[in-house]
Ligand binder design. Structure first.
Ligand SMILES: Cc1ncc(COP(=O)(O)O)c(C=O)c1O
Length: 366
């Protein structure tokens, strides 16, 4: 049986009628950029996360870039972040004019290690950009405490974690700004690019609104250098439909992840560990496994698609060479990059498919 890594068509078929009605309504309404549908989604996302403001933007990358700019982070500033993430987390820092400073991760959560972050704080540090990787909330309490002590801003990269909870609060609502991506493969997704910044701070919300629309105050006056980064009405309409299903989908992801954990118990590998006070949403179900590359090839031969997020940590990427990092600078991230393997996990996956994938993995690793 072929087990694809992701299956967006099955989800589409399940909600096709609602999606097509929502799309037709936008087409009939004739308003395509920054209209009532974007506004409605901004309200609904903010309400679902327990924050007062949501601002739709063109992508998750732009959400990060605009949040940094709205928090006055730029030239001469350092932002501490994780090397074990998608490139956009760090490129947004560079695009804003600041310098990324990488701190190592915790081996079990794959997220920033607060003790390592603490070691990287300098007088130039302005913010911590924390990622909730694979949909698992990072250790926010010690990071927020560190930020409070050093007067740093906290930006959450929630691109993989819509709906995840840390001690009863949704990620994105914990720091100064939360940044979301609606890229088609995300837990809550559009059929194109899209993103959102959420915040408790009215000044930050206002500034992101301004910056996403050329820095325009009233279509005549331009207050500061902005960009064109708007969520469009069609994508917003699609995301609004899917938002209604998200809780159920995330619950199904958690259930399938628990099933994988049970089936893989005792095998020569490490499964995602539960932790008190967090509720992940399993954007990815990622195991650590010896001889990862060989296992991946063999699974592929059985028809089981897997992915490696991420094979090279950011501090060793050619694009960041000028930052001066060397191999072995961040050993946990480097080791994780050698060992991680994400197995198929999405709400439409059947128990049978999970059994088959887990059985194949177990047979290969012993
Ligand atoms: C952790 C992380 N940050 C940022 C992004 C960027 O989002 P986008 O592709 O919408 O620009 C992504 C996903 O693509 C991501 O996984």
């Amino acid at each position: 049986m072929l087990i694809p890594f992701l299956d967006l068509q099955t989800q589409y078929r399940a909600i096709q009628a609602e999606l097509e009605t929502a799309i037709r309504d936008v087409l009939a309404g004739g308003q395509f950029i920054l209209g009532p549908t974007v506004e409605a989604l901004e309200r609904e996302v903010a309400a679902s996360l327990g924050v007062p403001f949501g601002i739709g933007v063109a992508s998750g990358t732009d959400a990060l870039y605009l949040a940094l700019r709205a928090l006055d982070i730029g030239s001469g500033d350092e932002v501490i972040t994780t090397p074990f993430t998608f490139i956009a987390t760090a490129s947004a820092i560079v695009l804003a004019g600041a310098t990324p400073v990488f701190a190592d991760i915790q081996p079990d959560s794959f997220n920033l290690d607060p003790a390592q972050v603490s070691k990287q704080v300098t007088p130039r540090t302005k913010a911590i950009l924390v990622v909730h990787l694979y949909g698992r909330p990072a250790e926010m309490d010690p990071l927020l405490e560190l930020a409070r002590r050093h007067r740093l801003k906290v930006i959450e990269d929630c691109a993989q974690a819509f709906g995840a909870e840390y001690r009863g609060r949704k990620v994105g609502s914990l720091g100064d700004a939360g940044c979301f991506s609606f890229y088609p493969t995300k837990n809550l997704a559009a059929y194109g690019d899209g993103g959102m910044v959420v915040t408790k701070d009215p000044a930050v919300a206002e500034r992101v609104r301004l910056l996403r629309h050329h820095g325009s105050v009233d279509r005549r006056g331009y207050q500061e250098m902005g960009v064109n980064s708007r969520l469009d009405e069609l994508q917003a309409a699609i995301v609004r439909v899917k938002l209604r299903y998200l809780e159920g989908w995330n619950e199904r992801r958690r259930k399938l992840a628990a099933f994988y954990n049970e089936l893989l118990k005792g095998a020569n590998l490490v499964t995602p560990s539960p932790s008190d006070g967090i509720q992940p949403v399993f954007h990815q179900y990622t195991i650590r496994i010896p001889h990862r590359d060989a296992v991946k090839v063999q699974l592929e031969a059985f028809g089981i698609e897997t992915r490696v997020y991420y094979p090279i940590p950011l501090h060793l990427q050619p694009v960041f060479q000028s930052l001066g990092y060397q191999k072995e600078d961040l050993p946990e991230a480097e080791q994780a990059a050698q060992e991680v393997l994400s197995l198929p996990l999405y709400p439409e996956l059947s128990e049978e498919q999970v059994k088959e994938a887990a059985g194949a993995v177990t047979a290969l690793v012993g």
